[in-house]
Design a protein around this ligand. Sequence first.
Ligand code: AN7
Length: 361
Amino acid sequence: MVSAAHTVSTWHGVVAHYRPRLRINSSVPPVTLLEGNTPLIPAPRLARALGGDFELLLKYEGVNPTGSFKDRGMTAAITQAVADGAQAVICASTGNTAASAAAYAARAGLACVVLVPDGKIAAGKLAGALSYGAQVIAINGNFDDGLRMVREATERAPIVLVNNINPARLQGQKTAAFEICDALGEAPDWLCLPVGNAGNITAYWMGFTEYLEDGLIRSRPRLLGAQAAGAAPIVRGHVVEKPETIATAIRIGNPVRWQQALAALSESNGHITDVTDEEILHWYRMVAQTEGVFVEPACASSLAAIAKGRREGWLDLRGKRVVCVMTGHGLKDPDTALSGLPAPVTIQPQIEALLDVLQVR
Ligand code: AN7
């Protein structure tokens, strides 16, 4: 006989699973939506499109509860906020952090305020933040302006900052590195990911480093970071005052974790490079059409970076195992998904009409 308990997931979220490794105040039960434990999907067809002769795996973070990797950091940050007795949280966001903060705050019964760049946030992210009941404030400015404002707000009002300046966020996000190592039994040769505020690259590096120090892996991966050409402060070496890219998630001109990202890149003997919106859009379509993995545009920057590195000859992946982090779900940004693709053909509900338009090769 199957008892009811057997029908319930044995996964209790990243804070419960990795609690001894997380340096957060977790004196209360975790505020969780059972985030994490995301799939590491082999992508052989995409690897062939990228030149073949290496193994490619996609860490599909889009299947987290609010559709992005931000949930890993948010379960940690909101758990700590509750443990610390907070009543309200605030963040600036290009969208995913806003949706995630709103969801975890709702779950914890906290008030949540999010600042987003007016008109430059993907529809699914705005829909999420509003649906979870956050106070959403659109500013006539970009993410960097919003961050400056929320930092100051937390000094003047009793409200906790949940941007990745908050160390608990990185503590939660480093669990993605743990999961990859737990799944593979070792670290991959390369880890590729988009870089916006540079919290995620910093958190991954922290995770791999801690597993190395504890003898759970023998080596750490090399890091390949990707920025959008119009929003590439780390690649250029200076703040970008007016960042622009189709990949609105990484439309950031002055990353908070800039120095830590540089340290991680240099310690890992890695690379950071910039890719154009055209390249991003190309690989955005490719990952969906070759592997059935629908991601938001920012994610495709890591694939575009691989293509660029191989084309220009500075990235040798022969025989290597590469993990690309697909940080957010494609449904977050339906407008970009639909633009540039033909609308469906409309036909009469008759078989002849269907046979006329069938495109089976
Ligand atoms: C899908 O939500 O900054 O380098 O405010 O949504 O850690 O900033 C989002 C960033 C990559 C970059 N991929 O990560 C926000 C925000 C997706 C993202 C990044 C973001 P970081």
